[in-house]
Design a protein around this ligand. Sequence first.
Ligand SMILES: [Zn+2]
Length: 400
Amino acid sequence: MTEKLYYTNPYQKEFTAKVQDLHSLPDGKFGVVLDRTAFYPEGGGQPYDTGWLNDIPVLAVSEDNGLIVHVTAARPNGETVLGRLDWARRFDHMQQHSGEHILSAVFSDLFGGENVGFHLGDEAVYIDVTMGALTGEQAATAESAANAFVFANLPVKSEFVTGGDLASFPLRKQPAKDYAKIRLVSVTGVDCCPCGGTHVAASGEIGLIKLRSWERKAGIVRVDFVCGGRALEDYRLNSAVTRDLSVRFSVPVEEVPAAVERQLGKTETLSRQLQAAKRELAGHQAGELYEKADMLSDLKLAVSVIPDATAAELADLARAVLARGRAVVLLATGSAELGKAHFVFACTPGTPADMGKLLKQTLAVMGGNGGGTASWAQGGGNWSDKLEDALRAARADVCK
Ligand SMILES: [Zn+2]
């Protein structure tokens, strides 16, 4: 059995220990078992500690039958080693984990919602609470209650008790199975439950507990929160974003949502006006194309490259030209910038040209996909500087 120093003193950052077992692992790594350790292995939702054994990085830690195995990046020399924790990582885990105890107790006391899951990751921290839903008002009430316990700076204690003595403790949740001896963690007057993790000594060290969001899942509400250092980071980010928006919109921070709403309204109006203007422009463009088109027997032959048009705009334009009279319309758009080209070949039904065939010939030169009928064909592919030549060739084919 490895002696677990983190049980007696979770603030121990350094220790010396004897190497009891050393075995090689794949990729040049080693598994190191010591007689004692301050490294917490993964468990109860709390991730493992990292750090160093004799300056060799400890990459992961796990527990196997009471033995704690440190996975190191290389072989540590000597019969005894100096262990050092990555304290920033461990203290962050202590803040989040201790905050989880208080928040879980608050949800249980206020709403009867029980914690049935805890995740503490690099990005997200959340608890799953047995509630059908959570309102914004309830979330704010829970947040305030949890922070009141933080501000009261209550002692957080741990102790081992025998299974028979459990009944005399006000447990928030029962242990998963029967143990001869079990470790209880209590936040004085707030929470008491079985736990093997590492915690701060007084609730004030948790710092701010902030609920960030929550969502309903099958039978539970998942509550995303941050404590301490993570809450500071979160506040810093949100404060920078709102300050930036406040400057951009030239309004106080509290008026930013209304300013964004006004801007969205303006954008919608402008977008509608732009669409109307585009439709009008297409009408003029179609008129001009039709008027300036050469005559081919009794047909107008309109051929043009339209810059910056979408496939849909090109098709609308072709339809608008055809609506003015009997015609063959050969349109192309595209640019080297976008790297794309698009064609619409259309004619009044019954004219002697075959648009589908013509497009296939054009795409054989240009590259790309497309097809259609004798009176309507469209398609395109990658941009090529052969676009103008391809359109000229298609025109010549119609004139044959
Ligand atoms: Zn705990």
